[in-house]
Design a protein around this ligand. Structure first.
Ligand SMILES: Cc1cc2nc3c(=O)[nH]c(=O)nc-3n(C[C@H](O)[C@H](O)[C@H](O)COP(=O)(O)O)c2cc1C
Length: 182
């Protein structure tokens, strides 16, 4: 079973990527394809530009989800919504295929440096990703990343958050096992 994973950001120091990598450690039995949105940087989408055709990267991006059995992602919040790095490839891809996420089970996460934990981007993604083919099975948001996560240590340092996240990881793992059994 193959999992496609991405952080919804183009930051090389991404805290969402750190959270994502921490969660992926618990899915080491699976084949993981951790992509970097920097590899899908394209000119800003416009209806004028699309008249010239779609860059190859857009179809490549869509095929990643078609090839995967499940999706784990963590979304950065910029100005209460998606980062432009995510939104741009998302807009391009949606013009070829609206069900971008190809009806695959998704574990949707977010984190930010503040108390909000990226709750606005989470609300948007949780509400609208299903329209784009995401079968959201589990969600998790980590607030105050720098207070709750130790980069060079064991990852999550807040015991309560650790318990919540581990339960959600377990639940999503169960979902994947059931999918495998089908
Ligand atoms: C342009 C910009 C807008 C931001 N807007 C928000 C915001 O609306 N809510 C929030 O919690 N954090 C906001 N932040 C802080 C981000 O949560 C923080 O930069 C975080 O590290 C982004 O995730 P990443 O490290 O995975 O890219 C913003 C940061 C930038 C650069």
């Amino acid at each position: 079973m193959k999992i496609i994973a991405f952080a919804g950001t183009n930051s090389s120091q991404s805290i969402n990527l750190k959270l994502l990598k921490y969660v992926l450690e618990d899915f080491s039995d699976y084949e993981i394809n951790l992509i970097d949105l920097n590899d899908y940087e394209l000119p800003i989408f416009s209806e004028d530009r699309e008249k010239a055709g779609y860059p190859d990267k857009v179809r490549e991006f869509l095929s990643l989800f078609e090839d995967a059995d499940a999706i784990i992602c963590s979304m950065a919040e910029h100005n209460r919504t998606y980062s432009v790095a995510f939104k741009n490839i998302f807009d391009w891809a949606s013009r070829i295929k609206i069900k971008i996420f190809d009806e695959k089970p998704m574990f949707l996460m977010s984190t930010s440096s503040g108390k909000g934990a990226g709750k606005f981007v989470m609300e948007t993604a949780n509400r609208f990703f299903p329209q784009f083919g995401a079968d959201i099975k589990e969600t998790y948001s980590l607030p105050m990343f720098y207070d709750n996560f130790e980069n060079d240590g064991n990852g999550l340092t807040n015991e309560q958050e650790e318990q919540i996240l581990k339960a959600k990881i377990k639940n999503f793992s169960q979902v994947l096992k059931l999918e495998c059994a089908d």
